[in-house]
Design a protein around this ligand. Structure first.
Ligand SMILES: NC(=O)c1ccc[n+]([C@@H]2O[C@H](COP(=O)([O-])OP(=O)(O)OC[C@H]3O[C@@H](n4cnc5c(N)ncnc54)[C@H](O)[C@@H]3O)[C@@H](O)[C@H]2O)c1
Length: 444
């Protein structure tokens, strides 16, 4: 179906009433399974499908949506093998949004689609699991937060560490002052492996299986580029869009958003008052735009700081087996993710003295990311989620601020209350020019 904006919003407005009523009641299909549709499943969405199919009794696949027919066929086969029949298949997510048999969507499209898909789903009365980052820019993240609240939907963000029991316990200890006041939080992402050259693009034919116009969605329309150096359908598809500003958020918004989210969780200060970021895309011969080497510093109203580092050229830490991590420095000790709490005192031999976890430490809630999502869909309580949409938004704001400061090439002052830059000239960068019919609706 071809949609104009008016047509689409008209149809979803009707569904909102259904969704609004459903939000108050209980779920769901006749067999009490939550009826799911995954949107975008070439890579991570394929994991959604496998994970959810394995949760027999909890959920069932009624539909799948992808703009690439080859991907649709792969997903349909997976579901058929597990459930005995093919799900409904959609190419245009607006058709899926109108399907009343769908209770919840999981979104694993490229980043430039995340917020629009999530807001449309909320408007259509569906619950949402949206991959990280929740937004491609600061404006649209805000709209997802507002849409979840306004339409009474359950919205969970795909930073799965928030469901890690050890981290939940340790974060609570830190928030309760276990190592004093946290004055510096640090996150780092040192990945080389699959982060090499992505090649060069040249104008060429769009693969027959792909709807290039729908893939672009809210992004500026441009000609398709084939990849002349790599055996891939195109320069941007699939996966390598991460390193182009129109679609992705660079490495800080790719693997980085996981560590950024943990850094923000532990630091627990909301948004910063200033940001500085520097680096470059070094050692690669390709068309990628985003830096593969980037150091970003945030400071907060109380003087505390967060430092975040991306390095995709390899690293000492990577050689030692720790290519992504976090540490938190308090006034009385420090915490290293995966290692535990330590005092600043040096033992003989130069090692730091470990601080034991107290016996009465808080017990974290049980359940992985999917169990917690489906539990919240059933309970209708956003508090049952591993994180709120606002927390997700704030972690992603840090990634966006890092990239804006990197591209501006200077330190930027930010107002955490209004989520605007002090320098008004920068404020257009809080959002983007949306393509007609693909605007992220203003809800906040
Ligand atoms: N949480 C995690 O650990 C984790 C891991 C990997 C990826 N991710 C996230 O998952 C998302 C997808 O990553 P990927 O590596 O699978 O990317 P990908 O490019 O391999 O796959 C994206 C899929 O979305 C489809 N698509 C694009 N626009 C669409 C639209 N409008 N409607 C329906 N389908 C559409 C594409 O055809 C493709 O099949 C990214 O946002 C990424 O950040 C999360």
């Amino acid at each position: 179906m071809n949609y104009t904006r008016r047509q689409f919003l008209g149809t979803t407005a009707a569904a909102v009433i259904v969704g609004g009523m459903k939000a108050q009641g209980t779920v769901i299909g006749a067999n009490n399974r939550i009826r799911v549709c995954t949107i975008g499943f070439n890579g991570q969405g394929g994991s959604h499908i496998k994970d959810i199919l394995a949760m027999k009794g909890e959920a069932e696949y009624v539909a799948l949506c992808d703009v690439d027919a080859n991907v649709r066929a792969k997903g349909a086969a997976l579901v058929k093998a597990a459930q005995g029949k093919e799900p409904k298949l959609y190419k245009d997510m607006r058709d899926a949004m109108q399907d009343k048999d769908i209770d919840a969507v999981t979104i694993a499209t490229p980043n430039h689609w995340h917020s629009l898909a999530a807001v449309w789903a909320c408007q259509a009365g569906k619950d949402v699991y949206v991959e990280k980052p929740i937004s491609h820019n600061i404006y649209e993240g805000r709209q997802v937060v507002a849409a979840a609240a306004k339409f009474g939907r359950i919205v969970q963000h795909g930073t799965q560490s928030r469901s890690n029991g050890t981290l939940i316990r340790d974060m609570k200890l830190m928030h309760d002052g276990f190592i004093g006041k946290i004055v510096e939080s640090r996150g780092y992402v040192y990945k080389n492996g699959n982060r090499g050259s992505i090649g060069h693009g040249v104008p060429g034919a769009v693969p027959e299986s792909l709807d290039w116009s729908l893939w672009q969605g809210p992004a500026k329309e441009r000609a398709f580029l084939v990849n002349k150096d790599r055996k891939k359908p195109g320069l941007f598809v699939h996966y390598d869009w991460h390193y182009f500003w129109e679609y992705g958020n660079g490495e800080i918004g790719n693997q980085g958003v996981h560590e950024m989210d943990i850094a923000c969780w532990g630091h627990n200060r909301g948004l910063p008052t200033s940001v500085h970021s520097a680096g470059g895309r070094f050692g690669l011969e390709d068309d990628g735009q985003a830096p593969n080497t980037q150091a970003t510093t945030f400071s907060y109203a109380d003087g505390s700081i967060m430092t975040f580092q991306v390095r995709n050229l390899g690293s000492f830490e990577e050689a030692m087996g720790g290519n992504c991590g976090n540490s938190f420095f308090g006034t009385k000790g420090f915490y290293v993710r995966g290692k535990g709490f330590f005092s600043y005192k040096e033992n003989k031999g130069g090692e730091r003295e470990a601080i034991a976890i107290p016996e009465n430490a808080p017990k974290p809630p049980k359940g992985d990311k999917w169990q917690r999502f489906f539990a919240a869909v059933r309970s209708r309580k956003p508090a049952d989620l591993p994180m709120s949409p606002l927390e997700a938004h704030q972690s992603c704001v840090h990634c966006h601020l890092g990239n804006i400061a990197f591209r501006a090439g200077r330190s930027l002052a930010f107002d955490p209350k209004t989520e605007r830059f002090m320098d008004q000239a920068l404020n257009p960068q809080l959002t983007r020019e949306y393509r007609k019919n693909f605007e992220v609706p203003q809800i906040a």
